[in-house]
Design a protein around this ligand. Sequence first.
Ligand code: UDX
Ligand code: UDX
Length: 474
Amino acid sequence: MVKEICCIGAGYVGGPTMAVIAFKCPEYKVTVVDINKERIKAWNGDIDKLPIYEPGLKEIVKKTRSNNLFFSNDIDKAIDSSSIIFMAVNTPTKDYGEGKGMATDLTYVEECSKRIAKMSKSNKIVVEKSTAPIGTAEKIKETLSLNNKNVKFEVISNPEFLAEGSAIDDLINPDRVLVGGDQTPSGKEAISQITSIYSNWIAQEKIITTNLWSSELSKLASNAFLAQRVSSINSLSALCEESGANIQEVSKAVGADTRIGNKFLEASVGFGGSCFKKDILNLVYLCKFYGLNEVSEYWHQVIKINDYQKNRFASRIVNELNGTVNNKIITLLGWAFKKDTNDSRESASIDIANYLLTEGAIINVYDPMVSNELIHDDLVNKLKSNGLDNDQIESKISRVNIYDNIYKAAENTFCLSILTEWDEFKDINWAKVSKLAENPLFVADGRNIIEYEVRNSLIDRYISIGNPKIIKSD
Ligand code: UDX
Ligand code: UDX
């Protein structure tokens, strides 16, 4: 008999994860379902226009789609026919009520749990893939059993550790897979069923099994540790700019200690992405809830340093332009929160653009992958969250121009600011840019990607992260 799996949520997590499971486990029929009709249509449509861009994803979808990987809006049917149901729906930060701006909004998780309970006629294993506060699995269990007393549900926590831009490689060669479940006989049996999926391509020693709580907390803790490293190095970048130290040299020297390690020590304009901020806020809120105020404050500082880093960079741009950017064009190169993704959630670019717009600048944007609509929507949402009314938003948005070409975006600009580390920004023809932009040519490199020789010979005024500014002397 064919084993059937379904996944609710065809987003950045659900889509690539299920594609890899289908690819590695031909004995399973995998159906990815979503309430969003457009998204499913896109997953079923032109292979070059899948809703999510990830290197290697298209090749895997091409091999599996319509063989053992299916995308559908028929959520109820998929629930009914699957014995294992993954939940990869979004778990945003609450923007209302108790815990607003901090706690996780579990509305979608709850709705999905109710739907699973309603549609299930046979026993199911429900897998929590969405990152959620510790204790969510318990709540899912409760919702399932309260809403359907006729079948038995086992709930598993199987958090996702993939990073965008390298999702396929992270899924195929993970450092570890975490499977948490109840330590009862039926809970252990469910753990074993989920680990047997991953055993198809992952060595047994990399599959870690734990109880539900440990699994949920390990996911939050992993993201908090990673973000903490970025904030640690970013905090020191401020000190480097004031002193004679160079952050890349410091990062290299510190990271060479094998106890510390060299990854996630790249100073930047600030971390973005859908997970770091949300997961840390979640941790901060949980600690507060349990009265652990010192622990809560400790982790909150990671976010505060990140906000400080973004503001600091934007204000340095303004300072370099004689303290005013009013009616000056500033070009932002990169809108994605990192390279090789079309995702802009929590991207530093949004905050930098917002800061500069508030200072009266005209903003030109170029990103090789993020759509114009998304850039527009990101800004509208940001301005809305600042409390601006529709007329004020329209007036600000009319000062933003989105281009499909670096050189067009560079015309008459007072500053080119690199905010995403796209490879193509390393090969910019600065001599050409210099003819198009206002002179002297001013570059604010938020990713430290411009080579030493280039910045010294072709750029008149250069600021970056964690280095004193450079003025070309000729
Ligand atoms: C999401 C969460 O943000 C993250 O915490 C978790 O680890 C995995 O799921 P992501 O896949 O990046 O991450 O989110 P997104 O791209 O927004 O995809 C979620 C999808 O779920 C959307 O396509 C949405 O339409 C769908 N969804 C949401 C449902 O199908 N049903 C619902 O009830 C709610
Ligand atoms: C992260 C985690 O890495 C992943 O394990 C988890 O499942 C989801 O959250 P992601 O947000 O996709 O993945 O990207 P990541 O590569 O972690 O980068 C996050 C942000 O930190 C990006 O804006 C990136 O540019 C920034 N970053 C990362 C730095 O500024 N410096 C670094 O050294 C590393």
